[in-house]
Design a protein around this ligand. Structure first.
Ligand code: ATP
Ligand code: MG
Length: 443
């Protein structure tokens, strides 16, 4: 046997046994996004490297050390997207979607960051992104947060809290940055290597440090709130009043700065105490300067990104993921002629009973083996097609989830009979790959 290939570190397969939570999250999010007027956009996974340098910022972890960048065969400098906002803004500009218009867009897909892989932190991970372009807020800021709160409610996730801050305007932040540099320079000996590097590049980043040893010092640093310009202060106060009116609790965290440079004014993070160190499940903020910075006409904007792996894990812990779909019917087949008839019958039943899964026993096997597969599939009813049944123009119908015998049903009455039976039968059981994995574990 030849050597089997290993997956890339930090890049995961999402197996059928795990996909239920993902699909439910995606379904719930899509419906919620649409109900707030967001339209889906799909943008490329690869963009010019310059796009991310100019938007995320040169002195961020992402641009400094986490990007998957390469030259393609034509010599262009390209990067696998580490986040979605830059690409969406680029798309809005290059397709002329803005021109004074207001856009509500959402997007989903994989992002790539060369981080140290650990639980909840991967090198390929999925995000659901929401972006509102052309809205100055603070009404949209509150609405976007309400959208997040709605998602947690509909997904039955309770261990999620909202952290909120305002970064003010770039000018206000520049003044604050000077104070911060003075403070950290006075304590340079206490800085770790990352923070020392950030001190000369972008001192605000130090506040975003994930190193627990830095926490005590960061606690004593001056806070941005005191340097906010009056307009940003008013914006922040109004956002809080909107959230109060909506009944959405929040905690103001003056040290929440976010890891990307393009934010201004409102920033927020939904965090949980259920996932250990990787506690942010959804984060976002306002980026009023970004569109102009990327060559579009000045357009205020705000958005958030939700980490799909982390939310799916929360759903798993809360057992709030729906059970995966299982087939309702399993057709047991005896003989060559019945095989052809079974394939035909299955097509007829799929037409007649939309939404009901119909499996045909493929690859033969004696009745005992076929009934074992039928049971394992999770189906609620078996249909038996053998030579005898075909001669009589019937199928045998046998409930699988309770003690009951097999009875004949004329083929032309089968769909109606199945419908009424399924209305009464006990529920299906876990099936497919999930059950196969359980079988494997049981040995
Ligand atoms: P963190 O503080 O955990 O590094 P971040 O501030 O870098 O997160 P964003 O860039 O705002 O995160 O991305 C939005 C969301 O995407 C995060 O809240 C998180 O749920 C998720 N996320 C970010 N990086 C990763 C990763 N490497 N693996 C899995 N999920 C991630
Ligand atoms: Mg990060």
């Amino acid at each position: 046997m030849s050597r089997s290939l290993q997956p890339i570190r930090g890049m995961n397969d999402v197996l059928p046994s795990e996909i239920g939570a993902w699909q439910q999250l995606e379904r719930t999010a899509r419906a919620a996004f649409e109900s707030y007027g967001y339209e889906e956009i799909r943008v490329p996974i690869v963009e010019q490297t310059e796009l991310f340098q100019r938007s995320i910022g040169e002195h961020t972890d992402i641009v400094e050390k986490e990007m998957y960048s390469f030259r393609d065969a034509g010599g262009d400098a390209l990067t696998l997207r580490p986040e979605a906002t830059a690409g969406i803004v680029r798309a809005a500009i290059s397709n002329g979607l803005l021109r004074g218009a207001r856009l509500k867009l959402w997007c989903s897909g994989p992002m790539f960051r060369h981080e140290r892989p650990q639980k909840g932190r991967y090198r390929q991970f999925y995000q659901l992104d929401v972006e509102a372009l052309g809205f100055a807020g603070p009404d949209i800021d509150a609405e976007l947060i309400a959208l997040g709160a709605r998602l947690w409610r509909e997904l039955k996730l309770t261990r999620v809290r909202l952290l909120l801050n305002s970064l003010g305007t770039p000018a206000a932040r520049a003044v604050y940055r000077e104070r911060l540099v003075e403070f950290f320079q006075a304590h340079e000996a206490a800085l770790d290597e990352d923070s020392r590097r950030r001190l000369s590049g972008n001192a605000l980043r130090i506040l975003d440090s994930k190193n627990p040893q830095m926490r005590a010092l960061i606690e004593r640093a001056p806070v941005l709130t005191e340097y906010l310009d009056p307009e940003s202060q008013a914006h922040f106060a109004q956002l809080q009043a909107n959230l109060d009116a909506l009944g959405i609790p929040y905690e103001i965290n003056p040290r929440l700065v976010r890891g990307l440079d393009y934010y201004s004014r409102t920033v927020f993070e939904w965090v949980t105490d259920a996932l250990g160190a990787q506690d942010a499940v959804c984060s976002g903020g306002r980026y009023d300067g970004l569109v102009a910075q990327l060559g579009g006409e000045p357009t205020p904007a705000i958005g958030f990104a939700l980490g799909v792996e982390r939310v799916a894990e929360l759903m798993r812990q809360a057992s709030s993921a729906a059970a995966p779909a299982v087939p309702e019917l399993y057709i047991v087949v005896g003989g060559e002629r019945a095989e052809r008839e079974a394939l035909r019958l299955a097509e007829l039943l799929r037409d007649a009973l939309p939404g009901r899964g119909v499996l045909v026993n493929l690859g033969g096997g004696n009745f005992k083996a076929q009934f074992r597969r039928a049971d394992r599939s999770g189906a609620r009813l078996a249909l038996v097609l053998g030579d005898g049944e075909l001669e009589r123009g019937v199928a045998g119908v046998k409930p699988l989830r309770r003690e009951a015998g097999q009875s004949d049903c004329p083929l032309e009455l089968l769909a109606a009979r199945i419908s009424s039976l399924l209305a009464q039968e006990p529920p299906a059981k876990a099936a497919g790959a999930a059950a196969a994995a359980d079988d494997l574990r049981r040995g």
